[in-house]
Write a protein that binds this ligand. Structure first.
Ligand code: PGA
Length: 254
């Protein structure tokens, strides 16, 4: 069985004081997590202090974005090696908010994945359809295009070392999560796409999280599915009790 990976995407929330306090609270509450993986993805300025707090724990640290170039005159951008140097092991790539507000495309997502892997970071690659696309019956087409575009030029080995987050855009921040059936259907589709592209069995080795309005109440129905390997949690990751409850459910099913 693939162990569940529960990641908290803080987005543009928290500051030094509230962010470090949240992590301290969670470290205090989650002393019994052994089988599942937990990842904190704070905004850039909080990576280092949060990483320092996590140092002696099993919990991972992830960024929410990176730039694909190694270094240079790219004002405002952050490189993979910088993220590594402050303790990151993960990086979210291609979140729908980045696609929507910052013009990210399957091509830029692909470049970022290559850079992250080159530097030894584990990408958490986000894919998912909008409501209009779902209602037009285009979910499969959109997810297939995003997965194939994101993974251009990647070996089967590389693909098995990254994480995919299926995040239907209509479920993000709306309080309207996908049903377990809807999520499982797309997770299975993604595994099929990977099997076709890389060979039978590869899709089954890839960790695929679900994201979109995951909370302490619906986490059991989602994480209880063998095809759902974890959760990328936004709003509910900002409160220690709520995030801890989701992490515990992930542990229970790992
Ligand atoms: P949400 O966000 O849990 O607040 O819906 C999830 C995400 O965008 O990763």
């Amino acid at each position: 069985m693939r162990p569940k990976v529960v990641a908290g995407n803080w987005k543009m929330h928290m500051d030094l004081e509230s962010g470090t306090q949240l992590v301290r609270d969670l470290l205090g509450q989650l002393t019994d997590i052994k089988k599942s993986r937990v990842v904190f993805c704070p905004p850039f300025p909080l990576l280092y202090p949060v990483g320092e707090l996590l140092k002696d724990s099993e919990f991972g640290l992830g960024a929410q974005n990176l730039f694909w170039e190694e270094k240079g005159a790219f004002t405002g951008e952050v490189s993979a090696s910088m993220l590594k140097s402050v303790g990151c092991q993960y990086v979210i790539i291609g979140h729908s908010e980045r696609r929507k507000y910052f013009g990210e495309t399957d091509e830029t997502v692909n470049r970022k994945i290559h850079r992250a892997l080159t530097e030894g970071l584990t990408p958490i690659v986000c894919v998912g359809e909008t409501l209009v696309e779902r209602e037009a019956g285009k979910t499969h087409e959109v997810v297939q295009r995003q997965v194939e575009g994101a993974f251009q030029g990647l070996s089967a080995e590389a693909v098995q070392n990254l994480i995919i987050a299926y995040e239907p855009v209509w479920a993000i921040g709306t309080g309207k999560n996908a049903t377990p059936e809807q999520a499982v259907e797309v997770h299975q589709l993604i595994r099929q796409i990977l099997n076709q592209k890389y060979g039978e069995g590869i899709g089954e080795n890839v960790t695929i999280q679900y994201g979109g309005s995951v909370n302490e109440k619906n986490a059991e129905s989602l994480l209880g599915q063998p095809d759902i390997d974890g959760a990328l949690v936004g709003g509910a990751s900002l409160k220690a009790d709520r995030f801890a409850a989701i992490v515990r459910i992930g542990e229970q099913y790992s």
